[in-house]
Ligand binder design. Structure first.
Ligand code: SF4
Length: 281
């Protein structure tokens, strides 16, 4: 017993100070690709190597629309390897209230040789997420506080994930992230839950189970899709074994992209949803 107490005292507090202090994410962590939209001359090589179709080009009437879908991006960096207009960042806090706000689209003139220039329309400012996320967070906070007070109970549902997201979600309960200090608890039954945290492309074997879990969760229930697969079906897409993203089966209130999302990114998304981050600031 003395040994345990002595070890605890020597170890000290390991819990992150986030959100009171800035989140510390390793500089080696890979986040969203940053695109030089104005200088981008040809999106085709990057689109060709992107394994999830996160970069898409559409040519029509002498113009090209190029879309970067952060809900599909797995931060693999292959696009940055073939295209000098793209660089990888460690920016990972990308939670958004709608799939549309995870898409960035630019329009270019289309040249005879297939390259693109000039930039006709940069991605709309509304494509940037934080404001809309705060807005949804405020609305949902009012909804949550009216009914739930300040605590939140989460039922995690693995609808077909590789378990990468589960490892990160599990980390939320570790002493480092300690999600329970915010009054957020994971529960075993959807009947005790206010929120479903759903991972994975929804496999056809899990489709009915997910629907039943959603139906068993009392109103007002919230659904958060976690990871590229939960947001967009990711690398798997829709096929004989999967129904696609979580929102193909049940309504989703918040999308947290990443492959997998860092625990701080999940925490950030949940806190923004609850409006607590905003309160503390
Ligand atoms: S980082 Fe990978 S998944 Fe994301 S846009 Fe680039 S190639 Fe596609």
């Amino acid at each position: 017993m003395f040994g345990i107490i002595s070890k605890s005292l020597k170890t000290g507090v390991v819990t992150t100070g986030y959100p009171d202090t800035p989140a510390e994410v390793s500089s080696h962590a890979r986040g969203k690709p940053q695109i030089d939209w104005a200088g981008w001359k040809d999106a085709r090589p990057a689109a060709a190597v992107c394994p999830t179709g996160a970069i898409e080009t559409r040519d029509e009437s002498g113009a090209r629309a190029v879309t970067l879908d952060l809900g599909k991006c797995i931060f693999c960096g292959l696009c940055a390897d073939v295209d000098p207009a793209i660089r990888m960042t460690n920016q990972r806090a990308l939670a958004a209230p709608s799939r549309e706000s995870l898409r960035q689209t630019a329009r270019y003139g289309l040249n005879a040789d297939g390259t693109q220039q000039p930039l006709l329309a940069a991605p709309a400012a509304s494509d940037a997420k934080p404001e809309s996320l705060e807005t949804v967070g405020r609305q949902l906070r009012a909804r949550i506080q009216a009914v739930l007070g300040r605590s939140l109970h989460i039922r995690e549902v693995d609808a077909g994930s590789c378990n990468g997201c589960e490892v990160e979600i599990h980390g939320l309960n570790s002493p480092v992230y300690d999600i329970e200090r915010f009054g957020i608890h994971f529960v075993a039954s959807p009947r005790h839950a206010d929120m479903l945290l759903v991972t994975g492309p929804v496999t056809r074997n899990m489709e009915l189970a997910l629907k039943k879990t959603y139906d068993a969760t009392p109103d007002p229930r919230l659904v958060v899709a976690v990871g590229a697969c939960g947001c967009s079906a990711g690398i798997f897409g829709r096929n004989y074994a999967t129904c696609g993203a979580v929102d193909a089966v049940i309504p989703v209130d918040l999308y947290i992209p990443g492959c997998p999302p860092h625990p701080l990114v999940i925490l950030d998304g949940l806190l923004r949803l609850l409006g607590r981050l905003e309160d503390r600031r």
